[in-house]
Design a protein around this ligand. Structure first.
Ligand SMILES: Nc1ncnc2c1ncn2[C@@H]1O[C@H](COP(=O)(O)OP(=O)(O)OP(=O)(O)O)[C@@H](O)[C@H]1O
Ligand SMILES: CC(C)(CO)[C@@H](O)C(=O)[O-]
Ligand code: BAL
Length: 329
């Protein structure tokens, strides 16, 4: 049986439970309502610090990162179930402080500013969100003093901003990103999925389907290019192949002549999936450079993030995947 993690409420309790010298502390920050995505972060933390290290899961619904009219009041609070998930994944400590432990002086006047990256995509649609998020992450890093901290790639812009803050402000911690955990049908796990009715969940599947459509388009175009490269240049070849009755090879060569295989093709594959999903209200679909979340140009080479945010009814969901552009990964 897995031992129940210690449930701590104060920074003093957390300080008293520091791991022995030479043992590492790994931290997973959450807003609770834990699911398998969170569990994966906890398992990654356990693997990184080893059996003798200490894994701390923080559970705190941070008012500072919610805008007016967002879901702060109805955000699910499920601490008993969270303790069970944390235990099952191998956490030693759950740190669930009350708001006045995190903000003893009330709303902080001095805050972390997210900078230009924090004004794009999520930041544009949730003004102030990233300042509030980084402020609490900075505080939780001070309170938990980890050697290593784990964040999900599901929140790709958040991960990029935390990485940037740690670098820009010299936090002595290693930041590790963990790949997105999905349901078998593709839906990214998210605490907010609990808001969805069955009908809405079906609509929400369009987010991951759009991302996968882009990935599949790039894969298909790469395969075409490899096939054509084995036998000469595409457009003239299409006509020549057609003449000798090689219709399939001719069609491939023709498709190749019109395939860009670049960012525009990825967006063109994803967009119709979102447009055709009735009941989905899209905030953005964007292909961005993971270093600063600016849109990539059409001659971009390297790894990009295809990110989407949309509302289904009153629920707002985000998702993203990484795509590679260029000769080889
Ligand atoms: N499906 C997932 N796969 C991997 N990591 C995830 C997943 N969902 C959330 N995380 C990560 O867990 C951490 C805590 O996230 P949070 O508590 O906000 O959960 P969430 O499911 O993203 O909630 P919400 O639905 O409110 O966005 C973050 O680092 C987040 O990126
Ligand atoms: C990092 C975080 C715990 C800060 O409140 C939150 O933004 C989240 O759960 O992703
Ligand atoms: N999962 C990111 C935190 C938020 O949406 O506020």
């Amino acid at each position: 049986m897995t031992a129940a993690p210690a449930l701590l409420r104060t920074a003093a309790e957390l300080r008293a439970l520091r791991p022995d010298r030479g043992r590492r502390r790994g931290v997973v920050m959450t807003m609770g309502a834990l699911h398998e995505g969170h569990a994966e972060l906890v398992r990654a933390a356990r693997a990184a610090v080893g059996p003798g290290g200490q894994v701390v899961v923080t559970v705190f619904v941070n008012p500072l990162q919610f805008g007016a009219g967002e879901d702060l009041d109805r955000y699910p609070r499920t601490l008993d179930a969270d303790l069970a998930v944390a235990a099952g994944a191998g956490a030693d400590v759950v740190f669930a402080p009350p708001a006045d432990e995190v903000y003893p002086g009330g709303e902080p006047e001095v805050r972390v500013t997210a900078g230009p990256m924090g004004g794009r995509l999520e930041g544009e649609h949730r003004p102030g969100h990233f300042d509030g998020m980084l402020t609490v992450v900075a505080k939780l890093l001070h309170l938990t003093a980890p050697d290593v901290a784990f964040y999900g790639e599901k929140d790709a812009q958040q991960l990029a901003l935390i990485t940037r803050m740690v670098r820009d402000l010299n936090f002595p911690v290693e930041v590790v990103g963990v790949p997105t955990v999905r349901e078998p049908d593709g839906l990214a796990l998210s605490s907010r999925n609990r808001y969805l009715s069955r009908y809405e969940r079906n609509i929400a599947l369009a987010l991951s389907r759009a991302l996968f459509a882009a990935r599949d388009r790039l894969t298909a175009e790469t395969a075409l290019r490899v096939r054509a490269a084995a036998s000469g240049a595409p457009e003239g070849r299409a006509a020549a192949l057609a003449k000798v009755g090689e219709s399939r090879a001719s069609a491939d060569a023709h498709a190749l002549a019109h395939a860009s295989g670049g960012p525009a093709a990825a967006l063109a594959a994803a967009r119709p999936v979102l447009e055709e999903a009735r009941g989905l209200d899209v905030d953005y679909l964007a292909l961005v450079d993971p270093r600063d979340f600016t849109d990539v140009p059409d001659d971009f080479q390297g790894e990009a993030v295809l990110a989407v945010a949309a509302r289904v009814g009153t629920t707002r969901l985000i998702d993203n995947i990484r795509l590679w552009f260029g000769a080889s990964a």
